[in-house]
Write a protein that binds this ligand. Sequence first.
Ligand SMILES: Nc1nc2c(c(=O)[nH]1)N[C@H]1C(S)=C(S)[C@@H](COP(=O)(O)OP(=O)(O)OC[C@H]3O[C@@H](n4cnc5c(=O)[nH]c(N)nc54)[C@H](O)[C@@H]3O)O[C@H]1N2
Ligand SMILES: Nc1nc2c(c(=O)[nH]1)N[C@H]1C(S)=C(S)[C@@H](COP(=O)(O)OP(=O)(O)OC[C@H]3O[C@@H](n4cnc5c(=O)[nH]c(N)nc54)[C@H](O)[C@@H]3O)O[C@H]1N2
Ligand code: SF4
Ligand SMILES: [Mo]
Length: 691
Amino acid sequence: MESTIGVSPAMGAVTTRTVVRGACPHDCPDTCALLTTVENGVAVKVQGNPEHRPTDGVLCTKVSRYAERTHHAERVLQPMRRVGPKGAGRFEPVSWGAALDDIAGRLRAIAARNPEAILPYSYAGTMGLIQGDGMAARFFHRLGASLLDRTICSSAGTEGLNQTLGGKVGMKVEFFRESRLIIIWGSNSIGSNLHFWRIAQEAKRNGAKLVCIDPRRTETAEKCHEHVQLLPGTDAALALALMHELVVNDWLDHDYLARYTLGWEALRERALRWTPERAAAVCGIPAEQIRGLARDYGTTQPAAIRLNYGMQRVRGGGNAVRAVASLPALTGAWRHRAGGMLLSSSGMFPVNSAALQRPDLLAGRTPRTINMVTIGNDLLRDASPAFGPRVEALVVYNSNPVAVAPESSKVVAGFAREDLFTVVLEHFKTDTADYADYLLPATTQLEHWDVHLAYGHTDVLLNRPAIAPLGQAKPNTQVFRELARRMGFDEPCFADDDETMCRTAYEGRVEFGELLSRGFASLRIPDAPFAEGGFPTPSGRCEFFSERLARQGLDGLPDHLPNYEVPGSSAAYPLAMISPPARNFLNSTFVNLQSLRDSEGEPLVEIHAADAQARGIADGAVVRVFNDRGSYLCKARVSARARPGVVNGLGVWWRKFGLEGTNVNQLTSQQLTDMGRGPVFYDCLVDVRLA
Ligand SMILES: Nc1nc2c(c(=O)[nH]1)N[C@H]1C(S)=C(S)[C@@H](COP(=O)(O)OP(=O)(O)OC[C@H]3O[C@@H](n4cnc5c(=O)[nH]c(N)nc54)[C@H](O)[C@@H]3O)O[C@H]1N2
Ligand SMILES: Nc1nc2c(c(=O)[nH]1)N[C@H]1C(S)=C(S)[C@@H](COP(=O)(O)OP(=O)(O)OC[C@H]3O[C@@H](n4cnc5c(=O)[nH]c(N)nc54)[C@H](O)[C@@H]3O)O[C@H]1N2
Ligand code: SF4
Ligand SMILES: [Mo]
């Protein structure tokens, strides 16, 4: 807390007003610095910190409502025990003591047979390093529970970057303002990376050209100079054809290629097989557009690519990221601080993960790993030598799997198992909370300590609690501390308080005093980190060819891998469906805020006029979207945002707000990406008919 202003009683009921520095907890590249105004213990306003350059005093609409979310009438504020059938969301209040005693007892009994029958399930409901997987990781490591492969968002792209650049590294976001050409690739920046968009706008005003590569005509695509509206899952083909053109026109930086890359000859040969005509047929766009884009990219310096995860949620997602991440090395774009590419900057943060998460508490045990993407299948699996024990207990925090995981019918069937013991730590009665045996009230970002990294800039942020926990809510850390004590885990690390853990996160690497006083601290990173190579790969070069992949028996070079469900390949399901995030929600968070729900409207599928007409579908009609995995009833929006052959099922709505109690994940599949074992949400064929 910093400024406490005594306000005279004459002015009204406000007697104290404080402004507290914090950090936005959400899974968003921007990681904004927050200023929360608190009056008499109530958070009344959350604003962007003007001193923090990336935030620049501006928040997105969603998080401007964070005080409303925190003080929401439907917050879960006391521990609850299920009384109705699973999924009904009927609970009775119970004391913390009774809830934690019973949970610890149940977990102890299961662990006595086999701790791997217990599974944590969490993702980035908060990106905080402490309330995320700090104390929770210590707890589950000490317990010897199954490990969770946290793949649901970015792991294909992560692996693609690892193989090519050596990690989640890239341009410093602030230098995009000096770029002459910006390619926004697989990203709806206005909706999901607002602060980058503001920088791109500055570049545009300075004369830069903006190009957007996206199957959907998003708000962002509309405002760029050019929109390349390719079919989903065809980005690698496009990138290879761009390379083709760079080669045949000799728009190459031969010196950069010779000094700082690996495998150029082999990549060159592969690229020469990808004529613009061949790629155009795969991508569903004109060959001339590919030639034009290649000319722009090959002849403009500095040129920058802002890639986002939207393009890697398909079978070939890892390869596609490898192909795109190779491009800047062909033209030597990395030589300029305003050139190169950025998908994620999170690999540049020197987090003391081992000290926070304490994998040493496994003490030599190597529990099995369960992929969060296939939770639907895995909850339904019996014990077997290959799989291990049946999952008997699930502890969910920072995630809403019933809404966000693919192939919901399986996920729901798994959560509905009578013999599954489910504990959910939450702010609200989400779709997942409805299946809990115990629903435990968690604090929000305004009520707890945390420390953050970012994936869209390079500042560390500290979050101080602005208000006391509401009702009986407890930070995730505190719940795991108290469970640890009941389980008899007496290692000193289970007594660390949250502030101590915040110090541990960057101990010896980032000045904690600076975090305490300013709320943020910038990492010291060179302006053009790869101007002279120095990539964090084994060779130190940009690895077009990856020995590591080749050794695994995989293709050492990036290639186009067609989708599992190739658009146009199925007579039964002629439409490809993507389901990108909604602007007014953050994945499935904020769906229960009336004001944001009103802005978003209702669950809908965008369909092109030609596809709608062929099916007799008028704008606003109720339609059934379906495939072999399931069906989803929603409204149709006949819209130029959809290209022919592709429908857009927006947002991750809570199932309970759907016309039939389902959402778009009723249709998505549990297949995995080529690398990183990630989900393929946007690799999905469907048909649509009038309901
Ligand atoms: N408002 C808002 N902001 C968010 C989120 C949110 O839900 N709402 N989600 C957050 C999360 S979890 C993440 S991971 C980040 C990043 O989130 P992303 O999922 O990358 O989100 P978007 O920036 O919307 O980018 C997705 C874009 O990719 C497009 N797309 C789909 N398939 C393809 C394809 O095959 N190729 C190409 N080129 N494009 C494709 C979609 O149409 C969409 O416009 O954003 C975060 N920010
Ligand atoms: N069809 C389709 N499905 C998708 C996507 C898509 O584009 N299309 N996007 C995917 C992506 S990129 C992602 S990242 C995943 C995201 O999936 P999730 O990580 O599950 O994200 P959310 O839906 O935001 O749910 C997070 C939950 O955590 C809770 N929470 C927040 N802070 C705290 C806290 O401090 N303590 C506790 N206990 N709880 C907290 C919130 O209330 C919220 O209910 O969804 C994926 N699912
Ligand atoms: S969701 Fe993103 S843009 Fe919105 S406040 Fe948080 S970090 Fe900033
Ligand atoms: Mo994500």
